[in-house]
Design a protein around this ligand. Structure first.
Ligand SMILES: *Cc1c(COP(=O)(O)O)cnc(C)c1O
Length: 521
């Protein structure tokens, strides 16, 4: 009660008499937090071991490459991460008076200038906390621009079928009507159909959302023409910049047509983003959209945060999650212009190396001009589905100590691989060797030397418990199951959980708290 009073004092108010008098009636008498996890780890030592045990079940970049296409799982360098723990960055309240945040604002200003320069746009807003939030903020800016021109009716948003799921979701949230346009067999936007739809909706066209390079892992070669078509029909172009790791230093969206794009600072600019950690999705805009960037009611210095045509904030805090901005700041300043360009080149080189090495074993689904991919490649396994699936490959990679690439996105039945510039040749070769060996396991099933159902691919991953168990009912050896390559013998990561039925699990929720019988009475 004393604490409650103190808290009320702090805000300069008094507790209502009723609360004062009835405090006893409000105090909880039922048991709570009864799960053992809340009542087991009482000392720091015990807690440390518990946390460490959880950590050990998690395969991360400290173990091996995570070639998750579209996610850009690159190095989060120690030097970039260090400032995050400094009090000057970590202990400032997002609403601290501006007089106390001069250093932070210098960081914002520099970063805005750099990101504008990298993208070729006029202005940047650091407010959105994720790529998806950037999409929303960018579309609101487009809507604000149309309204300022008296074009209130412009609400149609064209989205190619290859788009990331966040694109249509953001468009709907921004009050737009989604019209999907098709891709051709090479995975590129079907320009003829796009033109048709843009003309058909010219009266009401608000925007096109286009990902460049596309989610199919290729540089859309008609990007300039595509932007022109939209502009000719009164629309604005939103570029999804999640794949900016294939552009930085080589080309700039602001130079080839888009009016606004977001950047995923947790992809291209090194903020770590496993497990849903905080991200940043700033947007960069051409000058005509700058007045419509998100603002914030607590920041009244004109031009400091948002423009005068803004609809207001898209996030709780004026500059999103500023405490992680030192990471991209350090990345950009330590790399410098030449370093950033080289990183992009190596990222593209690595993806093409993997595409070429794997192509004799798995067809590469989409390629652009010169028979090349961008910074990621999609390998096709659909023709093998009578033997085993892309999911089986994903699970078998766990036995080799690798995280699976992106599975069935954007094309069901495929795997999308993005190595980034951070992986060296030895690691990339290790990954390719695992993939090629797995392809041989397909062949073994196909020609009958491995069982059609009871095989290493479909039983993967193999846990320590199973491999060391008294029973072993497989026609292959424990050694082949758990140690499929020499490097695994040196440095084995044991999957903790064996194969689960994903779809069944999604559809049948089971409480994983205490065993069901604990709830019996
Ligand atoms: C990651 C991604 C997004 C969404 O970004 P979030 O930060 O996860 O909201 C949008 N589009 C593409 C192509 C992406 O890869």
């Amino acid at each position: 009660m004393a604490e409650l009073k103190q808290l009320a004092d702090l805000f300069g108010c008094e507790l209502a008499e009723a609360i004062d008098a009835d405090y006893g009636a409000l105090s909880r008498e039922s048991e709570f937090l009864t799960h053992p996890v809340f009542n087991t780890h009482h000392s720091e030592t015990a807690m440390m071991r518990y946390i460490r045990m959880l950590e050990q079940r998690d395969l991360s970049l400290v173990h091996s490459m995570i070639a998750l296409g579209s996610c850009t799982m690159k190095l989060n360098a120690a030097t970039e991460m260090m400032p995050v723990t400094m009090g000057g960055f970590g202990n400032i309240h997002p609403f601290a008076p501006q007089a106390q945040t001069a250093g932070y604002r210098t960081l914002f200003e520099r970063l805005e200038v750099w990101l504008s320069e990298i993208t070729g746009f006029a202005a940047t807003s650091l407010q959105p906390n994720a790529g998806s939030q950037g999409e929303y903020a960018g579309l609101l800016a487009i809507r604000g621009y149309h309204r300022a021109n008296g074009d209130d009716q412009r609400n149609v948003c064209l989205i190619p079928s290859s788009a990331h799921g966040t694109n249509p979701a953001s468009a709907v949230m921004a009050g737009m009507r989604v019209v999907v346009t098709a891709c051709d067999d090479e995975g590129n936007i079907d320009v003829a159909e796009l033109r048709e739809k843009a003309v058909e909706h010219a009266e009401n066209l608000a925007a096109l959302m286009v990902t460049y390079p596309s989610t199919h892992g290729v540089f859309e070669q008609s990007i300039v023409e595509i932007c022109d078509i939209i502009h000719q029909n009164g629309g604005q172009v939103y570029m999804d910049g999640a794949n900016m790791n294939a552009q930085v230093g080589l080309c700039r969206p602001g130079d080839f047509g888009p009016d606004v794009c977001h950047l995923n600072l947790h992809k291209t600019f090194c903020i770590p983003h496993g497990g849903g950690g905080p991200g940043m999705g700033p947007i960069c805009v051409q000058s005509h959209l700058a007045p419509f960037l998100p603002s914030h009611p607590l920041i009244d210095i004109t031009g400091e945060c948002g423009g005068n045509g803004s609809v207001g904030p898209v996030s709780a805090a004026p500059w999103g999650s500023p405490s992680i901005l030192p990471i991209p700041y350090a990345y950009i300043s330590m790399m410098g212009a030449d370093g950033l360009t080289q990183a992009t080149e190596i990222a593209i080189l690595n993806a093409n190396y993997i595409a070429k090495r794997l192509e004799p074993h798995f067809p590469v689904l989409y390629k652009g001009g010169h028979d090349r991919v961008a910074h990621e490649c999609i390998i096709d396994l659909r023709h093998l589905k009578e033997i085993a699936s892309n999911e089986d490959v994903a699970k078998r990679l766990m036995d080799f100590g690798f995280h699976a690439p992106t599975m069935s996105f954007p094309v069901p039945g495929t795997l999308m691989i993005e190595p980034t510039e951070s992986e060296n040749l030895a690691e990339i070769d290790r990954f390719c060797r695992a993939m090629i060996q797995i392809r041989e396991e397909f062949t073994a099933i196909e020609n009958g030397s491995a069982d059609a159902k009871n095989n290493m691919l479909m039983n993967a991953p193999h846990t320590a418990e199973e491999v060391a168990g008294a029973e072993w009912n497989h026609p292959y050896s424990r050694d082949e199951a758990a140690f499929p390559a020499d490097w695994v013998r040196e440095n084995k990561f044991w999957p903790y959980v064996a194969r689960i039925d994903n779809a069944y699990g999604d559809r049948n929720l089971v409480c994983s708290c205490l065993p069901i019988d604990a709830y019996e009475d």
